[in-house]
Ligand binder design. Sequence first.
Ligand SMILES: [Zn+2]
Length: 115
Amino acid sequence: MLHQGSCHCGQIAFEVEGDFTEGLDCNCSLCRRRGGLLAFVPADAFRLKTPENALSTYRFNTRVLQHHFCANCGIAPFSDGQNGEGAATKAINLRCLPDMDLDALKITKWDGAHH
Ligand SMILES: [Zn+2]
């Protein structure tokens, strides 16, 4: 299923293909502060609809992951990273998909603090 996603003000908008039934609630030092509910998709399941230069990017720790956010409204809709095989992967904040029924998601605790 194709979902539309965005930050709050709309400077960042995207669409992502996926049948999301589960959201990861991560306890790393970033996620515990900003909230969010993550799902990982291959990069080719994702299409950015707004200009690349609307993305502000935060890196920490190993600096491998690129946590994108909107400098205007402060919302962080997705991050760029790699899976265990080195393939480009997006971490989608499912809270930024307005059509997503968040209450229907199975919430899985993800121990990002120790990964
Ligand atoms: Zn915004």
